[in-house]
Design a protein around this ligand. Structure first.
Ligand code: MOS
Length: 750
């Protein structure tokens, strides 16, 4: 594996045309024809439906629970609760098993947040289970919850997450200073597909049909939670209607469904409702971030501080790493980032697309924009001035950093040179135009992974591993790599993902999956091709007397290297001549951690967002008119799915800047906008033309393909670019997201 890791760092220059092409998703047809099965689509004989009973207080204790009426209702099989759920276990820390909550469902009688599951009604039909859940009578001893968004709690433990130089001296001695506090609200994950578990127990083995971003980690975790050996659990997650971080680790409903299946000895289906999505399965926590920047009069940063806080629940310790990008994005001799957690009576937060970096960059990039205004300097110029090719937090060079080119290319594509800096100075009819810019960044990693490639005697290939595709195009990437290695057309390559019975894959998280799986697929494909070449040399007449290394595979055929194209023998003929059904190999990738060369570099992706907003003061209407996004994310493997990732993230960014916010009622802790009527997300009408451009410069530390992930970075920088544009149009600086009409009514621009 070490050897393999070292090999990976050698970038190739020649690729088949499928690499980088704008290919449609290979799983598109099964999805658009409704044949793709999601977790709640599975049904089995004897299957029963489970509906949770949810707490109607946010803090207190269950005094009594009366299930007698519910149990007598038609079709009801059981009502499970603290007294009868059966054993559910905790996991061993560091054992590749993760749980969002440090408490198993129904473990105690305490209520920690509104909507917490307190019981589970199970019945023959969904409607019967819903009726039974509504008939469970729970009496609580309620206490006043704390859901305050003001995070100024005293006596909290502060951690220093990055530090260099002397920020005290640096800031006090700076000619130009900025000291402001920025805030981002709770945002709730709302993937199209809600969380769901269909659990089957056969008396010995669980099969869990899940909607998960990590088949393998879900499998490891649920085996421990259920207290059974791993071979007694199978996790299937063929199709996922996205997750955005909310489906990285199991939530309590998975354990509830599995426990019910075991206890009742029949298949159980549990689907989280849209409303429960706002209560029980995570969210991006609120953040409160103080930024202190000091600069020279000509715009060189001399000091940078970020002091941030986020709340977490009483049953979790989730830390939103807002200082993800701050230590390395700009050059500065003095820097300090500190963080603190406070506790609130709200559900447990968890990662959401670009966790930490996205709210962190809202604060950092807003502060940079405000600093540029103080300096009377162009905000693009300020960022160019503080660019660095060394990661000053650890002294390592970046493997590939082209933020400067992103700024230059983006400015060109946007037409930035036509910008006049004065507030309200740009107009189009009765609309005031605002132009804003912000930088983006997100870490680039690759981990360890396996994959299996099989070349078959009908001339087709099959590639599989226990990874999964939450919708971003992973299925297609698998087919592309096999096609690149064998020359087989995409249509002849079957991709199978989302089953723990396959060799271990990796989690779809942190924008790491593409870079992680590609070397393993390539290794497996190379192995299978070597087998075919060996068979060709020994069993095919046309290659008599040749050695395997005198042969090569291209276009799905075996050729003589010395005379490629001259009488090649198709894959299927080689295998049939050898009387072999298939040639199959498992491949592995070791990841960055085992790559001795890559370890000496700092690996990140970079990008910029340029935004134009239109403000109509007479009717108080704000629109995003256009967005130009330029991304430095290594080689792009699929231009279509890659572009789609960035566009989708920009749409989320518009929602983050202007619409999204989960609001908790201070009296009872209830998220009062827990539905799609009241929780606003960006829709087509809110989304303008989005110009996505990739620099496409391969990262030499990311394996032979030089690709980095692109799931999250498209969201980074969107919100601060929008608030910068809003300031430019209106003169109102919004430091607390989302931008509200009542903020903009303060504008004196008419
Ligand atoms: Mo992403 S928040 O790592 O799913």
């Amino acid at each position: 594996m070490q050897e393999n890791g070292a090999k990976q760092t050698e970038a190739r220059t020649e690729f088949s045309p499928v690499i980088g092409a704008a290919l449609p998703r290979v799983d598109g047809p099964v999805k658009t024809t409704g044949r793709a099965r999601y977790a709640a689509d599975y049904s089995f004989p004897g299957l029963v439906h489970a509906v949770p009973v949810c707490a109607t207080i946010a803090r207190g204790t269950i005094r009594t629970m009366d299930t007698s009426a519910a149990e007598k209702m038609p079709g009801v099989v059981a009502v499970l609760h603290h007294g009868n759920i059966g054993p559910l276990f905790h996991t061993v820390p560091g054992s590749h098993a993760g749980l969002n909550e440090e408490r198993q469902p129904f473990e105690d009688q305490e209520i920690y947040y509104w909507g917490q599951y307190v019981a589970l009604a199970v019945a023959k039909t969904l409607e019967q289970a819903q009726a039974a859940a509504a008939a469970v009578r729970v009496m609580y001893d309620a206490e006043a919850p704390d859901v305050s968004p003001v995070l100024d709690d005293k006596d909290v433990k502060t951690m220093t997450t990055s530090k260099r130089g002397d920020v005290g001296g640096g800031f006090s001695g700076a000619a130009v200073k900025l000291d402001e506090t920025y805030g981002t609200p709770v945002e709730t994950h709302n993937p199209m597909e809600m969380h769901a578990t269909t659990a089957v127990w056969d008396g010995q083995r669980f099969t869990l049909y899940e909607s998960t971003q990590g088949v393998v980690s879900h499998w490891n975790t649920m085996a421990q939670v259920l207290g059974v050996p791993k071979e007694n659990v199978r996790v299937v997650s063929r199709f996922i209607g996205s997750g955005f971080g909310g489906k990285l680790d199991p939530w309590p409903h998975s354990a509830m469904a599995a426990a019910a299946a075991r206890k009742l000895n029949r298949p159980v289906k549990l689907m989280v409702t849209r409303q429960m999505m706002f209560w029980d399965v995570g969210h991006r926590p609120r953040t409160q971030q103080q930024m202190r920047l000091g600069a020279t009069p000509d715009g060189k940063l001399v000091s940078l501080e970020q002091h941030y806080r986020n709340p977490t629940s009483f049953v979790g310790n989730y830390h939103e790493n807002c200082g993800e990008a701050t230590p390395f994005l700009y050059s500065t001799p003095n820097l300090e980032v500190t963080s603190a957690l406070v506790k609130r009576n709200i559900g447990t937060p968890c990662p959401m697309r670009g966790p930490g970096a996205v709210p962190g960059l809202f604060a950092l990039e807003s502060a940079m924009d405000e600093l540029a205004i103080q300096l009377k300097m162009d905000p693009v110029e300020l960022r160019l001035k503080n660019d660095t090719l060394i990661d000053e937090s650890n002294g390592r060079p970046f493997s590939s950093r082209h933020l400067k080119e992103c700024l230059q290319v983006g400015a060109e594509r946007f037409g930035w040179s036509k910008r006049t800096p004065e507030v309200g100075s740009m107009r189009s009819g009765d609309t005031v135009l605002g132009w804003g810019v912000a930088a983006a960044s997100w870490g680039a990693w690759r981990g360890g992974c396996q994959a299996t490639v099989t070349l078959k005697d009908d001339g087709t290939a099959r590639v599989s591993c226990a990874a999964q595709d939450p919708g971003m195009g992973t299925y297609t990437i698998f087919a592309q790599i096999v096609s690149d290695k064998t020359g087989l057309p995409i249509a002849k390559i079957e991709v199978l993902l989302g089953d723990s019975d396959f060799v271990p894959g990796a989690t779809s998280g942190g924008s790491t999956l593409t870079a992680t799986v590609m070397p393993a697929i390539a290794d497996a494909a190379n192995g299978a091709v070597r087998q075919v070449l060996a068979l060709a040399a020994s069993r095919v007449k046309a290659f008599e007397g040749k050695k395997p290394d005198e042969l090569m595979m291209n276009g799905g055929k075996v050729h003589l290297k010395a005379s490629p194209g001259l009488n090649p023998v198709p894959l299927e003929e080689v295998l049939r001549a050898a009387k072999v059904s298939y040639a199959s190999a498992d491949g592995r990738s070791g990841g960055l951690g085992s790559d001795t060369k890559a370890r000496d570099y700092s690996t990140h992706s970079f990008g910029v967002q340029f935004v134009e907003v239109g403000w109509q003061p007479s009717i108080a209407r704000l629109r995003v008119n256009r967005v130009v996004t330029v991304m430095d994310a290594g080689r792009i493997i699929n231009l279509k799915t890659g572009t789609n990732q960035i566009q989708g993230a920009v749409v989320m960014g518009i929602g983050m800047a202007l619409l999204e916010q989960t609001i908790y009622d201070p009296r009872n802790g209830h998220p009062i906008n827990d539905n799609f009527a009241d929780y606003l997300v960006a829709t087509n009408a809110d989304v303008p033309a989005i110009d996505v451009h990739f620099l496409g410069i391969p990262d030499p530390m990311m394996g032979e393909y030089g690709a980095r992930g692109i799931g999250e970075i498209g969201l980074a920088g969107v919100a601060p670019a929008i608030t910068a544009a809003v300031y430019h149009a209106t003169g109102v600086r919004v430091r607390e997201l989302p931008v509200k009409i009542e903020d903009l009514l303060r504008s004196t621009v008419v």
